[in-house]
Design a protein around this ligand. Sequence first.
Ligand code: BTN
Length: 241
Amino acid sequence: MLCVFDKVSSTNDLAKRLAGTGAPEGTVVVSRKQSMGKGRFGRRWISPSGGLWASLLLRPKTSQNIALLPILAGIATAKAVEEVALVKVKLKWPNDLLIGNRKLGGVLVESCYSGTQLRGAIVGLGINVRNSSLDLPKRLKTRAVSLRDIGREVAELDLLQHILDHVGSRYELFRTGKIEFLQREWRQLSSEVGKRLLVKTSGNICEGLATGIDSDGALLVKISTGSTVRVLSSDQLAHFQ
Ligand code: BTN
C-alpha cells in the first residue's frame, strides 16, 4: 500500500498510526513536505518540498537483529542513489548517507511494541533530492547536500521505487538471519572502516581502527591492545584523517 500526501506532520508518525490500525507490512507513507519531521535524538528534520520524506512499515516476526534495520535501510538507499544518480554514496555510522563529507540524508527507525511483543518497525528515510541545501539554516548549509546541488535531477518517487526494491531483497536475508551479507555490504560502503577513530564512551576514551559492525549494529573498533571495542550510538566518535 502506497500512501502519498502533500503535507503531514511526520511520515514516521503517520506510519506508526497506520501500523496500530493493522496496516500490512510493506505499507509506505510518503509526503511532499513534513511540518514536524523528526531526526535522530529528537532533533527536528527540515523537510521542504523536493526531498524524499518516506516511511516504510515492516513487521519482523521477532526483534532479533532489529538494530540492523537502519543499517539495511542505509545500504539499500546508498545502492539506489548510486543507481539512479550515478554518484558514490558512503555510509557514516550509524545512519547517515554522505556524498563527500556532506550529508545527503539519514534513516530513523522506530519500533512499535505492545508490552514486550514487537508489532512493527517504521523505517523513516529522509533524502535531499531536488531541494537545495542553500535553503537550509546557516548551520546546516555547508554540512548538507542534495542530488540537485551536485547536478543530478532525480524524481523522488523514482528514487523511492529503487530504494524499496533494494530493501526488499535485503529484508529477505535479514528475516532468515543471513546478516553476514549486510555486514559485508556495510563495510564496503562505510566511511569509517579502515580509518583511525577516537571513541569517547561514558567512562573511557580510546583510539583504534574501525573494522565493521556487529549483529546489534554496534561499530567495532580494534584498539592497540588487540581487543575490539563496541561503539554504541550514544558514544562519541572523532575521525583522524
Ligand atoms: C537523521 O537524523 O539523520 C534521520 C532523519 C530521518 C528523517 C526522515 S524524513 C521521513 C521520516 N519521517 C520523519 O519524521 N523522519 C524520517
